[in-house]
Design a protein around this ligand. Sequence first.
Ligand SMILES: [Zn+2]
Ligand SMILES: [Zn+2]
Ligand SMILES: [Zn+2]
Length: 143
Amino acid sequence: MSTLLKQHRLKMTTLRHYLLGVLQQSSGHLSPEDLYREIKSTCPSASLSAIYRNLDEFVRAGIIGVIETDDRQRHYFACASHCGTQHHHHFVCIECKAVTPVFQCVSEAMADHVSSELHGKVLSHFFQINGLCQPCISQDETR
Ligand SMILES: [Zn+2]
Ligand SMILES: [Zn+2]
Ligand SMILES: [Zn+2]
């Protein structure tokens, strides 16, 4: 955890320590408010604005990932430690909020289309896959 921060030249602070701890223990995504609620008891000096700022820094450093919920909120999860560094996208379960890395990518077909149809060039891409994970599907069936 601290090596991750060192790699990205971020100083380990108490707040960062607890933020990363909570994120790494969760298999799902969390809102800044969720994190604030989790951290408040162990780190009473934490403020919501400091949490927002640190989350942004973590995202920029590539330590954590961000997904957008249906109501356009940004939620966070421990991307680097859960998914690794290989190029991937995220499969987000809309029911249990689990985030699973997907190592398949459609960027080649997309880049071909952009160059042949739009005569442009793809430099980066972003997408998120929403759905139901296997445990949530079986739970639905037994209901
Ligand atoms: Zn990831
Ligand atoms: Zn699920
Ligand atoms: Zn991709």
